[in-house]
Design a protein around this ligand. Structure first.
Ligand code: NAD
Length: 370
C-alpha cells in the first residue's frame, strides 16, 4: 500500500497534549488496520522560536509542503508575547496557509446530542446539528488593495479596505463546496450581499455558472449573508453546506461554532488546489481553539477538537470515510456515556482529563471498527 504521509506540528500550550491523543489513534490504525501512516514531526510557534528563532523553520516548511496532510495543534502563549512581530507564534500558521495556498477553510458545526443543552439556543434547535461552513480564506476585503488610512488634510482621515474577488477565486471555492456537499446531504447555500455589493453580484453569477457547468446534481440555494446570519440562529438545521467569502465566513463560522457549545469541540480544515499530477489537495487540519495557556500542562484540556480534526483529515485527505465516520461516532458515544472534560462538564457526568478522554474515544473507536 502507498504510504500516507502526515506531518505533525503540535505547537505550544495544550497543542502537544491534544496531539498525543491523536498519535495513539494513528498508532492503532497502523497496527490494526494497516493504514500505512508515516509520521513526520516538526516545531511551530513559540516552540519553533525557542529552537530556531523563527515561527517555523525552512526545513519544517519543506516537510509540510511535501506531506499529504499537516496536523496542527495550537500556537502562542504569554512567554512569546514580546518576540519580534515577524517571528511571533501566529506567523508560523500564516506562513503555512500562504505557502500551502490554502484558500478554502472548512468549519463544521456539529452539535452532539449529549451536549445540546450546552448551546445558547434551545436544545431542539441544535440537537443533531451538522453543518459545514466553507469560507474563502485568501481573498476578499482582508487582502484587497488599496488598503490604507489616508490623511484628507482637513483634519479628517479616510480608512480604506477593498473587497475584491476574481472569477477564478469564486469558481474554486464554489467547486470545493459542491464537492463537499456530494459527500454529505448534497445541498449548498451560497451567501453574499448582491443587493449592495458588486463583488456579491459576481459571486452569485459565478457560483450559479459553476453549478450549472459541473455540479447540477447538487441542490443550490442563494441567500443574502445578513439573512443567512439570522437563519443560522433561527433554524440552523436547514443548512448542509454554506459557502461564503472571507469576511462573511469569518463571522458566520463563529456564530455557527457557538451553536455547538465549547471551543474544545471544534475542528477545522484548510484546503488548497488539487495537485496537477496527483489530484490531491494540500491540506492542514487544526482545532479552532488556541494554546489555552491557562490550562496547559495540567492534563485537563479537551482533546476532542484535535481528534475531530484528525477525523476530517481521514475523510478529506485520505478518503477513509468509514474510519472518519467511526471516529466521529466514537466521540458521540463517549459523550453519550457521560464522560466529560472540565470545559464541557455537566451535572451527574464523569469528569476526566485529556488522557482518559483520549483513551475512552480510542476504546470506542476500536469497538466500532471491529
Ligand atoms: P484559547 O482558545 O487558547 O482559550 C480560550 C479559553 O478556552 C481558555 O479559557 C481556554 O482554557 C479554553 N479552551 C480552549 N481550548 C480548550 C480545550 N481544548 N479544552 C479546554 N478548554 C479549552 O484562546 P485565547 O486564550 O484567546 O488564546 C491563548 C493563546 O492562543 C494566545 O497566545 C493566542 O494568540 C493563541 N491562539 C492560537 C490559535 C491557533 O493556534 N490557531 C487560535 C487562537 C488563539
Amino acid at each position: 500500500m502507498t504510504a500516507r504521509n502526515l506531518f505533525l506540528l503540535p505547537g505550544d500550550g495544550i497543542g502537544p497534549e491534544a496531539m498525543d491523543e491523536v498519535r495513539k489513534i494513528i498508532a492503532y490504525m497502523n497496527e490494526a488496520m494497516n493504514a500505512g501512516f508515516v509520521i513526520g514531526e516538526g516545531l511551530v510557534g513559540g516552540s519553533a522560536y525557542d529552537a530556531h528563532g523563527a515561527a517555523i523553520s525552512e526545513d519544517d516548511m519543506k516537510k509540510a509542503l511535501a506531506a499529504d496532510a499537516v496536523l496542527f495543534g495550537a500556537v502562542g502563549g504569554p512567554k512569546w508575547d514580546s518576540v519580534p512581530y515577524e517571528v511571533r507564534p501566529e506567523a508560523g500558521l500564516l506562513r503555512l496557509r500562504k505557502d500551502l495556498e490554502l484558500f478554502a477553510n472548512l468549519r463544521p458545526a456539529i452539535c452532539y446530542p449529549a451536549l445540546a443543552s450546552a448551546s445558547s439556543l434551545k436544545p431542539e434547535l441544535v440537537e443533531g446539528l451538522d453543518i459545514l461552513i466553507i469560507r474563502e480564506l485568501t481573498g476578499g476585503v482582508y487582502f484587497g488593495e488599496p488598503k490604507e488610512i489616508i490623511d484628507l488634510g482637513n483634519g479628517q482621515k479616510r480608512g480604506i479596505d477593498t473587497q475584491v474577488y476574481d472569477t477564478y477565486e469564486i469558481e474554486r471555492i464554489a467547486g470545493v463546496a459542491f464537492e463537499m456537499a456530494r459527500t454529505r446531504q448534497n445541498r449548498v447555500c451560497s451567501m453574499e450581499k448582491r443587493n449592495v455589493m458588486k463583488s456579491g453580484v459576481l459571486w452569485n453569477q459565478v457560483v450559479t455558472e459553476t453549478h450549472k457547468a459541473k455540479y447540477s446534481d447538487v441542490q443550490l440555494e442563494h441567500m443574502l449573508a445578513d439573512a443567512g446570519g439570522m437563519q443560522l440562529v433561527r433554524q440552523p438545521k436547514q443548512f448542509d453546506v454554506i459557502v461564503t467569502d472571507n469576511l462573511f465566513g469569518d463571522m458566520l463560522s463563529d456564530v455557527a461554532a457557538m451553536l455547538t457549545g465549547s471551543l474544545g469541540m471544534l475542528p477545522s480544515a484548510s484546503l488548497g488546489a488539487p495537485d496537477g499530477k496527483t489530484g490531491k489537495r494540500k491540506a492542514l487540519y487544526e482545532p479552532v481553539h488556541g494554546s489555552a495557556p491557562d490550562i496547559a500542562g495540567k492534563g485537563i484540556a479537551n482533546p476532542i477538537a484535535m481528534i475531530a480534526s484528525f477525523a476530517m483529515c481521514l475523510r478529506y485527505s485520505f478518503n477513509l470515510v468509514k474510519e472518519a465516520d467511526n471516529l466521529e461516532k466514537a466521540i458521540a458515544n463517549v459523550l453519550d456515556k457521560g464522560i466529560r472534560t472540565a470545559d464541557i462538564m455537566a451535572e451527574g457526568a464523569k469528569k476526566v482529563g485529556t488522557v482518559e478522554m483520549g483513551q475512552a474515544i480510542l476504546a470506542e473507536f476500536k469497538t466500532l471498527s471491529a
